[in-house]
Design a binder for this molecule. Structure first.
Ligand SMILES: [Zn+2]
Ligand SMILES: [Zn+2]
Length: 248
C-alpha cells in the first residue's frame, strides 16, 4: 500500500488513451451516463479519463463467436456466418479505430510497455462476466517469432496475458511457440492470411487433457491467427479454446 502510494506520488496515474492526469470522476449527471463499454462506470475509475471513457469505440453487444459488433436487435453475424473456427468464443474490448488504435500502436510499436497494465485491467473487466470464463484453466498469449521478439524487446500479448492472469486469478502458460516468421498480414485476403499462418505455431509442452484455454492477443482481424493457434492447442491436448483481444 505504501509502495503504491509512493509510486502514485512520483508517477501519478495517467489516462492510457490521452495521457491526461487521472483524478476521481465528478459526480455530475453526465458522469452517470452509460459509457457503452458494458463495464460499470465506477470500475473504470482510475484506469482512464472520463472523456475517453465516453469517446472510446467500445464494443458492447457482439457476436459471441468472433466479437464482431452487433447492432441492437441484430442476432446474426454476417462476418462469421458459415465459417468454422477452432475456438469457441471471442470477446473484444473495443473497435480497432480512433483513440483505441492509437493507444494500441503506442503499446505495440512505440515501446510503451506500461500500457499493458491499464489496457489489461480494462480487458479483464470486460471478460470477467463472460459465462465461459469460469471454466478457463489457463491463459495463453499468442507468441511472437524469436526475430520479432528480439526486434521489439517484448511480446505485447504476453504482457497483457500476465495482467489478465493476475486480475482473473488464472495461471498463465506460454504453451505456444511461433516457429514460422510469418510476413505481415496487412493487405492479404482471408485465404492468403490463413495460408500465410499455416503451421506458424507449435506447442512446446503437453497441455493437460481437457483444458479450456483462454488465448490472448492484442487485435483480432480475420481470425486467422487465433484460429491457427487454437488448432495447435487442440492438437496438443486442449479441449476448448476461447479468445480475448483488446481490439476487433
Ligand atoms: Zn483520456
Ligand atoms: Zn461473428
Amino acid at each position: 500500500m505504501v509502495i503504491k502510494a509512493l509510486i502514485d506520488l512520483f508517477y501519478p496515474p495517467r489516462c492510457p488513451f490521452c495521457n491526461e492526469l487521472l483524478g476521481p470522476y465528478r459526480e455530475t449527471e453526465a458522469d452517470l451516463l452509460e459509457t457503452g463499454s458494458g463495464i460499470g462506470i465506477s470500475s473504470l475509475q482510475g484506469l482512464l479519463c472520463r472523456r475517453c471513457a465516453n469517446e472510446l469505440p467500445w464494443i458492447e453487444k457482439s457476436c459471441p463467436k468472433c466479437a464482431f459488433p452487433l447492432a441492437e436487435g441484430e442476432n446474426k453475424c454476417y462476418h462469421c456466418s458459415g465459417r468454422k473456427f477452432s475456438f469457441e468464443f471471442c470477446s473484444a474490448l473495443g473497435r480497432y479505430r480512433g483513440k483505441a488504435r492509437d493507444a494500441l500502436h503506442r503499446f505495440k510499436y512505440q515501446g510503451k510497455k506500461y500500457l499493458a497494465e491499464p489496457l489489461g485491467k480494462l480487458l479483464s473487466k470486460k471478460i470477467a462476466p463472460e459465462p465461459w470464463i469460469s471454466s478457463v484453466d489457463f491463459i495463453v498469449p499468442i507468441p511472437l517469432s524469436r526475430q520479432r521478439l528480439s526486434e521489439r524487446g517484448y511480446n505485447q500479448a504476453s504482457l497483457l496475458a500476465k495482467v489478465l492472469s493476475r486480475e482473473l486469478s488464472l495461471p498463465m502458460e506460454e504453451f505456444l511457440e511461433r516457429v514460422k516468421n510469418t510476413s505481415s498480414q496487412t493487405g492479404l485476403n482471408r485465404r492468403q492470411r490463413a495460408e500465410n499462418l499455416s503451421r506458424a505455431f507449435s506447442c512446446c509442452r503437453e497441455i493437460p487433457g481437457g483444458s479450456h484455454i483462454l488465448l490472448v492477443d492484442d487485435v483480432f482481424t480475420s481470425g486467422a491467427t487465433a484460429n491457427e493457434a487454437s488448432k495447435v492447442l487442440k492438437e496438443s491436448g486442449a479441449a476448448r479454446v476461447s479468445v480475448a483481444v483488446l481490439a476487433r
